[in-house]
Write a protein that binds this ligand. Structure first.
Ligand code: PMP
Length: 407
């Protein structure tokens, strides 16, 4: 029977543990820099105005019902999702019908479906290389489907930027035809992205070793505020004719966290057989999806689809994205300026060099615990802060608290 030996106590998810500790803290000055969700300048969740409009449209649609979605999801959503990440209907992969898309339980479900598909069908080396560090959940998602994982260097502690040489040589050293997981933009947790020229070199190494790129995109439009800039790496790989997969989340860029809107895409390489291959892949994905969730959830996909299919709403969404990314960029500038003003020991250019929701501050675990204890500022043990947790009222307080623990 079940016993403590058979089922040992699992550790609490670190991030959710942090959230619990924050909620229990009674200090009026407490600051939550752990949260991976956007907050407005009043530290409140922000429902995108364009999402409110789409919701209104849906609620007034007398034709709408609660029937099951198709197994692969709502096509008006998945087709636009593919265009979004591939850079439009002109993408060679879309024009040549080399893409198949399945609606998933947000980005997590997309990574999982991709992992499951590769575990079952990938003909190369079934080993997944993750950046060190990476989004913690990658480790368990791939392990849970029996794919062994390894890492490639990514973050340089010295420069607090990309360890480009380390990354390239580890990818080069991986067994031929390995699976290489890449964050399309706004790397979580470091906020450090390769430049486009660096992406080109990474692509060359991946090509030389016949590796298989697995893109995870959870922050398109949220990083730079420009949807086409944030998908540049994926577009480049597709233009180069790579066969690849993409796990796509709409949690951050639509603020639809709890609605679980996401997509998994497979792009095959250009070949006379491509269309036939993609049809077969689609048929297998449908079987996997059926056994996992049967049918994906409707609401978030309907919201996103409404916006993605209406040019006016789309433009408004782009504007909402600029509001979010713009506020985050401003907070980066303010935090850096305050730290430099305080002459906090060390260099702080990485705060503004890094991009997206997160920043790797370089604070040690001891400093992270101290700042929590003394200033009630909450961040993950690796020194990652969510820029969205900063606002005009707390940024100076946070800078002073960082200054104090660094000295
Ligand atoms: N990948 C990365 C890198 C992420 O940061 C996230 C969100 N934390 C996800 C995937 C998926 O999140 P969700 O399942 O909420 O879409």
């Amino acid at each position: 029977s079940f016993s403590a030996e058979v089922v040992p106590q699992a550790p609490e998810d670190a991030l959710f543990g942090l959230m619990r500790a924050y909620r229990a803290d009674q200090d009026p000055n407490k600051v939550d820099l752990g949260i991976g969700a956007y907050r407005d300048d009043n530290a409140k969740p922000w429902v995108l105005p364009v999402v409110k409009k789409a919701d209104e449209i849906l609620r007034n649609d007398p034709e709408l019902n609660h029937e099951y979605a198709p197994i692969a999801g709502i096509v008006s959503f998945t087709s636009k999702a593919a265009e979004l990440i591939l850079g439009g209907a002109d993408s060679p992969a879309i024009k040549e019908k080399r893409v198949t898309s399945v609606q998933t339980i947000s980005g997590t479900g997309a990574v999982h479906l991709g992992a499951l598909f590769l575990a079952k069908f990938y003909p190369g080396t079934k080993k997944v290389y993750l950046s060190n560090p990476t989004w913690a959940n990658h480790n368990q998602i791939f392990s849970n489907v029996g794919l062994p994982i390894a890492t490639y260097p990514y973050f340089s502690k010295e420069t607090k930027g990309l360890d480009f040489e380390g990354m390239k040589s580890a990818i080069y050293g991986a067994p031929d035809r390995s699976i290489i997981l890449l964050h399309a933009c706004a790397h979580n947790p470091t906020g450090v992205d390769p430049t486009l020229d660096q992406w080109k070199e990474i692509a060359e190494v991946i090509r030389a070793k016949n590796h298989f790129p697995f893109f995870d995109t959870a922050y398109q439009g949220f990083a730079s505020g420009d949807l086409m800039k944030d998908n540049a790496a994926v577009r480049y790989f597709v233009e180069q004719g790579f066969e690849l997969v993409i796990a796509q989340s709409f949690a951050k860029n639509f603020g639809l966290y709890g609605e679980r809107a996401g997509c998994f895409h497979v792009v095959t390489g250009p070949s006379p057989d491509a269309e036939k291959t993609i049809t077969r892949i689609a048929s297998q994905l449908a079987i996997l999806q059926r056994s996992e969730i049967s049918n994906p959830p409707l609401y978030g996909a309907r919201i996103a689809s409404t916006v993605l299919n209406d040019p006016k709403l789309y433009a408004e969404w782009e504007d909402n994205l600029r509001t979010m990314s713009g506020r985050i960029i401003t907070m980066r500038e303010k935090l850096r300026a305050k730290l430099e003003e305080l002459k906090t020991p060390g260099k702080w250019n990485h705060i503004t060099d890094q991009i997206g929701m997160f920043s790797f501050t370089g604070l040690t675990e001891a400093q992270v615990l101290k700042i929590r204890e003394e200033a009630h500022v909450y961040m993950t043990k690796n020194g990652r802060i969510s820029m969205a947790g900063l606002n005009t009222r707390n940024v100076e307080y946070v800078a002073k608290a960082i200054d104090k623990v660094v000295r």
